[in-house]
Ligand binder design. Structure first.
Ligand code: ASP
Ligand code: MG
Length: 457
């Protein structure tokens, strides 16, 4: 069997759902399980809806729900013939009535708990999976709607619930496996699940990829396809370098480094359950299904290029801490990191000398307070408008003279920090934000002038 996951933009309206159908049809022989996101932007709107209800603004919340209802009705109207639509209409109506009842309840209490947030958010995927199921079956496909709350069993850490793999595997064998054996196409919502007691949960924003990986791992899929709206991953941002190449195949570790530094396509940590079982994952474009996209494999194939990609992350602040007063005292680094920890602020790049530490963080409003706390230990300076540039590739390991070649390409650029990652597959440095376009372009010209056709397009 295979898993085919369609993200929000791949089911955003009737046209997108029709494209998705045409993508699933030729793969019916491979026994697909279809996992869908909520329609594009719906989860954001449900978040806004829950927040309005939580502050007691019932009318605003009901207004959002009304617009969602209309959007889904109009897609359903386009996708389903009159007869089917009438029957489906009442199913959809029941879902939206339940959502409205929930909204009224939240508004009346004026209190929003993580548990109720999950309940509200679950409607996005509950409804999109219903719609996709009805649309596919109206076209003659033997589909069955699977309620993800019956098989994606999680703990009760609402909004970021952790899947309970053993329970999920059992539930998938009971609910989804028999459908596949009977030649049916199970359709289910990503992102959502439920506790053992049946209380709806969500597994973190963007979680549908994770759902696809969980289902694929649980049913031993031979492949997982993640259908999105770009031709897979690129050697760099094509907005900066129109000549950026498609990466045909990348290792899981490389993809993880890239995602961390701003590649927006997907967060590969969510693919871990699949990668651990050696199931290949493909990133594909539902608007351009002939393109082969990017394959994420457990191991990278041989590649003549030293790097797979160049990523840049803007809106970075450098914090310099000079420890004149704690010179030589042990526990200095711990004291510093404790402060970042207390402010729940993640640190990216770190470089240290005997008496000083430089760190980067995403620019955020807590920085002045963090600096004030650090100022009790040491001299502190911070400076925003920086960017991290990250070169990724398994071949960094074992290539000599690489740093010289990288920095030799940009000798006139003010490089503020350098770090060669502990993973040995990234080379990272910090520059002024304004220098990003020219730095990325020059590095891309140098390192991707010729590309290995086995790995790049
Ligand atoms: N609909 C959810 C979100 O927007 C999950 C997903 O699309 O992956 O976060
Ligand atoms: Mg997504």
């Amino acid at each position: 069997m295979i898993v085919m996951k369609f993200g929000g933009t791949s089911v955003e309206d009737a046209a997108a759902i029709t494209r998705a159908m045409k993508i699933v049809e030729p793969r019916l022989g491979e026994k697909p399980v279809v996992v869908v996101s909520a329609m594009a932007k719906v989860t954001d709107q449900l978040v806004a809806c829950a927040n309005s209800a939580g502050t007691g603004d019932r009318e605003a919340a009901l207004g959002i729900s009304r617009r969602l209802r209309e959007r889904h009705y109009s897609a359903a109207g386009e996708l389903l013939g009159t007869g089917v639509f009438t029957q489906f209409h009442s199913e959809l109506e029941a879902e939206f009535d339940a959502l409205d009842e929930l909204i009224r309840g939240i508004s009346a209490v004026g209190e929003l708990t993580p548990r109720t947030i999950d309940n509200v958010l679950s409607f996005g995927e509950r409804i999109s999976s219903r719609l996709v199921n009805a649309a596919f079956s109206a076209r003659g496909m033997d589909t069955s709607l699977v309620d993800s709350r019956q098989c994606i069993i999680t703990d009760d850490r609402h909004t970021r619930a952790t899947p309970l793999f053993d329970d999920i595997h059992d539930a998938l064998k009971d609910t989804v496996q028999p459908l596949l054996e009977h030649g049916r196409v199970p359709v289910m919502g990503g992102f959502i699940g439920a506790t053992k007691e049946g209380v709806p949960t969500t597994i973190g924003r963007g979680g549908s990829d994770f759902s696809a990986a969980i289902v694929g791992a649980g049913l031993n899929a031979s492949r997982i396809e993640i259908w999105t709206d770009v031709d897979g991953m690129k050697t760099t941002d094509p907005n900066l370098c129109p000549g950026a190449h498609r990466i045909k195949v990348i290792s899981f570790d490389e993809a993880a480094e890239l995602a961390y530094f701003g590649a927006k396509v997907l967060h590969p940590a969510t693919l871990l359950p699949a990668v651990q079982k050696n199931i290949p994952v493909l990133i594909l474009n539902s608007r351009n299904p002939k393109n082969e996209g990017t394959r994420i494999a457990a191991r990278a194939p041989e590649c003549k290029n030293v790097f797979k990609a160049i990523a840049a992350k803007k809106r970075i602040t450098i914090v310099d801490v000079v420890a004149t007063r704690m010179l030589g005292a042990h526990g200095f680094l711990k004291a510093i990191f404790d402060i970042f920890d207390r402010h729940r602020c993640a640190v990216d790049v770190v470089s240290t000398s005997e008496v000083s530490v430089s760190l980067t963080v995403d620019s955020n409003e807590a920085i002045p307070a963090i600096a004030a706390d650090l100022g009790k230990l040491a001299d502190v300076k911070y400076e925003g408008r920086k960017a991290i540039v990250c070169l990724v590739g398994e071949n960094i390991r074992g290539t000599r003279g690489l740093a010289a070649k990288v920095f030799g390409t940009i000798p006139d650029v003010n490089v503020r920090m350098i770090s060669q990652g502990a993973s040995e597959i990234n080379l990272t440095f910090v520059i002024e934000e304004d220098d990003v376009p020219q730095v990325v372009r020059r590095l891309h010209e140098t390192f991707f002038a010729e590309v290995d056709p086995r790995v790049f397009d």
